[in-house]
Design a protein around this ligand. Structure first.
Ligand code: HEC
Length: 229
């Protein structure tokens, strides 16, 4: 009984740790991103949105165009047409053309490389951050951010927010976030898929093992195994 109580207490403690993660450093509540790494449509839309709205400033230099094409099932021709800067090659890394010097002058800081941002900040943080810009005349771009206070990034998605329903806008932000999650760990596509298969295999094994146990114990129960005396 005592052991059971200790186990329950430690499970509760670990749960409360994961609940704490739902708030950002400055205590702002983070909305659940609810992304699905196996949703190819979402990843494809996210890749398109990233190239259209983010890649002007941010690089994802751990990622190459042809890897995106392969992983997200986009033909090389479509990647070339829709996702690439002119002059880049399929094997190139996805690097922004913005120079560091220019960035320093415009934003006072260099837009960080976003290759690993989903792993350092988490998907909930990114999802909430991109939806938390508000008008603030005292800031250079006229906007501030609730999650990253005094962020030097403009509200790049303002046009989408204006023209779309709240639901569609949230879905777009979810797709970009999903894409950044994939970029942070491309192997997740395989890992998560494999995880389900392994769980399925273990489940089938459990049934077989149970049936076998039943078969073995049948004899034990009726005493058939004992030598006749
Ligand atoms: C006009 C340039 C520009 C564009 C376009 C832009 N950003 Fe940024 N972004 C910045 C700058 C500058 C920062 C650094 C903000 C700071 O630290 O104050 C930043 C910071 C971020 C951060 C926080 C990174 C960290 O580790 O703190 C995330 C996440 C981010 N941007 C995502 C995006 C996404 C997603 C898009 C496209 C939808 C985008 N950005 C488009 C300039 C830009």
């Amino acid at each position: 009984m005592k052991k059971l109580l200790t186990i329950t207490a430690s499970v509760l403690a670990s749960l409360s740790i994961s609940f704490n993660v739902l708030a950002s450093e400055n205590g702002v509540h983070l909305d659940h991103a609810d992304t699905d790494i196996n949703d190819q449509k979402s990843l494809q839309n996210g890749a398109q949105l990233f190239m259209d709205y983010c890649s002007g400033c941010h690089s994802i230099s751990f990622m190459r165009y042809n890897r995106i094409a392969k992983d997200l099932n986009i033909s090389n021709a479509d990647v070339k047409k829709n996702l690439m800067f002119s002059g880049s090659k399929l094997g190139d890394k996805v690097v922004s053309s913005m120079t560091e010097k220019g960035a320093e002058t415009w934003f006072g800081t260099t837009p960080p490389d976003l290759s690993l941002v989903a792993r350092s900040k988490g998907t909930d943080w990114i999802y909430t951050y991109l939806r938390s810009f508000y008008a603030d005349k005292s800031r250079p771009f006229g906007v501030n951010n609730k999650v990253l206070v005094n962020a030097s990034m403009p509200d790049v998605l303002w046009e989408l927010k204006k023209n779309k329903s709240a639901e569609d806008f949230n879905q777009d932000v979810r797709d970009v976030t999903n894409f950044l999650d994939y970029v942070g760990e491309p192997a997740k596509l395989v890992r998560v898929d494999l995880g389900y298969k392994v769980m399925g295999f273990l489940f089938i094994l459990l049934i077989l093992a149970y049936l076998m146990k039943k078969e073995y114990w049948k004899d034990v129960k009726y005493g058939n195994w004992r030598a006749k005396d």
